[in-house]
Design a protein around this ligand. Sequence first.
Ligand SMILES: O=P(O)(O)OC[C@@]1(O)O[C@H](CO)[C@@H](O)[C@@H]1O
Length: 437
Amino acid sequence: MTARTPRDTGEEPGDSSGSGSGSGSGSEGVAAGAPVILGNGPGSFARGVLAERHPALIEQVRDAFPYSRRQHKALDLLLEEITNGVVEPLDPSAQDHEQWAYWGREHIGRPWFDAPFLWAESYFYRRLLEAVEYFGCFGCFGHLSAGAWQGIDPFAPFKRAELRGAAVEEELRALDALADAPADERATALLRAALWGNRADLGFRITAGEPAASEADERLAADDAAALWSLLPAGAPGAPGAPGAPATVAVVADNAGRELIPDLVLIDHLLEHRHAEKVVLYVKPYPYYVSDATTADVVDCLRRLVEAPGEAGRIGRRLWTAMAEDRVEVRTHPFFCAPLPYEEMPRDLRGELASVALTVLKGDLNYRRLVGDRMWDATSSFADRTAYFPGPVAALRILKSDVVVGLTRATVDALERSDAAWRTNGTRALVQVRPRG
Ligand SMILES: O=P(O)(O)OC[C@@]1(O)O[C@H](CO)[C@@H](O)[C@@H]1O
């Protein structure tokens, strides 16, 4: 992976135009709005992630690989730093050193817990990759082992185990029962599968354990599914761009494996029923938040589908062909691993998303970045929070952090009465849509 410059990622060192004033970049006092979520709230969800989940993850990664003494030492140092130390910069020779020094200008040298939660999490994953030498070992010039671990995804063993597991097997077999279902029934079931697939988040399970079985609809805090489908009418054949003609849909993926498989199945449905003529699938440029999907994970999931019997195999083969015909295109951008809200997305990405009929953002982190990682009033308007987004946008998300907007007062009151941890325990979901403004 070639690290990109600040200009590529939507923020320029020294830019005083306001870019970089959002929740992730450090100037938390600048933008108007609800308080930015920091890592230091006593007893807060964010603090728990930084104090418990990240140290546990370091140990899990350490145990999953036959790392060298040098890598173990780097992991030890990182563990000590995130629990008792202050934020250290990336190695000066790392390609993205300058970028992260800029993003971290208000946090480097200060305790990890004092930084905005989104920033601290994002930088933690970057530092974990540094410790395991994912981009090479920059302090080891001239040493023959300097690049030996390049590109080895530290989360791959967890992702692979999930993909080979019984749950995926069962979910693939369940597709047979849907093969001949009426299109609208199939669409509803596949959208729901892609939504609840977001429970399959290996990072979340480090401390939360296996999520409770869903009672799907009863646990939807908001359901704009009808609005989503109305933006993607099943297309009659027509010239691209002509009124009523199917268009391009962007899907911003979240987790690999058990989430990405239903995402891919939904993408196949969109193409098969001409809700879209093309789907662009955005993935992370490098391993992130444990199970976030990279291109390698897309390949693994497609192989898993293609090798499956029955309907799953047929879907896999159709998608394989669609990739060859550019009807499904995988893209990435450094911004997807930036500690910034989508409001600060760079011009090139904004241009791409402006041209599609709908952008579907999967998962909790994408939601936090979409509306801003702040303690919003849960009844504040989703449309207002996302008005900056360059085109129609839909969020499919399991609630796994404090951020939420767009709920009715009645829903919030009912949730507060029934379950104190409803925002973070992974048992509630939402589908929220903002059509073109
Ligand atoms: O984006 P995803 O995979 O749905 O969730 C990411 C997540 O697990 O990471 C954060 C804590 O580490 C939380 O915001 C959220 O629960």
